[in-house]
Design a protein around this ligand. Structure first.
Ligand SMILES: *Cc1c(COP(=O)(O)O)cnc(C)c1O
Length: 350
């Protein structure tokens, strides 16, 4: 702490990202990265852009990418907002749309960045408990609120909420913004973007970090009514006019245009997930039903922190959260066939 700090900084509790180890030999199943690498077309587009052009500022509106997203979803580009990772998009959403008198609602077990943004922007919140099966119950959100946000599929559980339940939440709170954080939707969920035209209070966020394997490029997006998008653009243009650099704009646009590679690699991840689930269940794990590129599992007879430490000794890192209700679970990202085998081998006989 220092006398030079603005007062509010003393109270800030920052987000703690999953470890990015310097040791490259480790099998990294802790931050839900995609094991298959980005579209070769995205890499080629960035190679071309890697030129003398970098002396020029990028397009502040990233129109090329907005149009690629609009094309992909068959929507108007005026409904698309872009940011430096969906974490930045979420930050602008909390800032621009969630600062109200009533509390923001989100699940008690959810993306741990949400309470951090509440701290940063001084937003009151109520954590709504998941049910006994770790599912979101739509009816629990039908109460006064200053906004609602939840991941779908949820993180770190991987469980998906059906679109009619999402619609039930939207209908019950027509006067607040409902944000569906679809970071993992391409691995088994159904996007709520199809509801945007009917619900002016709906905002859907997505990222290129997971299903399009571009975590290192930092690109995220939101889709919603132009009035919501305008609020985000105002905050963005009061903060950083150029959140996406030239490489990110062309690389992300090419990734959206390359449907074939995207669909193929998502299929590979889903097939691997089904195999890993079966293997873990064979070892006695209870695995929550996952529609994501990770699974959330616990063993009735083995302590989760102990298992994580044991795996780490074998060179496999997974994520363990020291949080009430879920401290006996491990969150395990789906890797390549070899990485998944290292996980199974690392667990050994239980
Ligand atoms: C990974 C993740 C994000 C953030 O993704 P970035 O675009 O890499 O910032 C947002 N929400 C959830 C639930 C995530 O798991």
């Amino acid at each position: 702490m220092s006398k030079f700090w603005s007062p509010f900084v003393k109270e800030l509790v920052p987000y703690v990202p999953g470890e990015q180890p310097k040791l490259t030999k480790l099998v990294k199943l802790n931050t839900n990265e995609n094991p298959y690498g980005p579209s070769p077309k995205a890499l080629a587009a960035m190679q071309v852009e890697l030129s003398d052009n970098l002396r020029l500022y990028p397009d502040p509106n990233s129109d090329l990418l907005k149009q690629a997203v609009a094309r992909y979803y068959g929507i108007d580009a005026g409904k698309v907002f872009l940011g430096n990772g969906s974490d930045e998009v979420l930050a602008h959403i909390f800032h621009a749309l969630f600062q109200h008198d009533s509390p923001l609602l989100f699940p008690d077990i959810s993306y741990s960045f949400y309470p951090v943004y509440c701290g940063l922007y001084g937003i009151k919140f109520d954590a709504v408990p998941l049910d006994e099966q770790f599912q979101i119950r739509a009816a629990d959100y039908a109460r006064p609120n200053g906004g609602i946000i939840f991941p779908n599929p949820n993180a770190p559980t991987g469980c998906v909420l059906a679109l009619d339940a999402v619609e039930q939440i939207l209908k019950a709170s027509p006067d607040s913004v409902v944000v569906v954080d679809e970071a993992y939707v391409d691995f088994g969920g159904e996007t709520a973007i199809s509801l945007v035209d009917r619900y002016p209070n709906l905002l859907v966020t997505q990222t290129l970090s997971k299903s399009r394997s571009l975590a290192g490029l930092r690109v995220g997006l939101a889709v919603g009514h132009p009035d919501l998008i305008e609020a985000l653009e105002r905050v963005k243009n009061s903060f950083n006019s150029y959140p996406l650099d030239r490489l990110a704009i062309v690389g992300a646009a090419a990734a959206f245009d390359d449907r074939e590679y995207f669909e193929k690699t998502c299929r590979w991840v889903i097939d691997s997930r089904n195999k890993v689930v079966a293997q873990l269940e064979g070892k006695g794990f209870e695995v929550l039903p996952s529609a994501a590129n990770f699974i959330f599992a616990r063993h009735p007879r083995h302590d989760a922190a102990g298992l994580a430490a044991k795996l780490r000794e074998q060179g496999v890192i997974v994520r363990h959260f020291k949080q009430a209700r879920i401290d006996q679970f491990l969150r395990i990202s789906i890797g390549t066939a070899e990485q998944n085998q290292a996980l199974i081998d690392g667990l050994g006989e239980l």
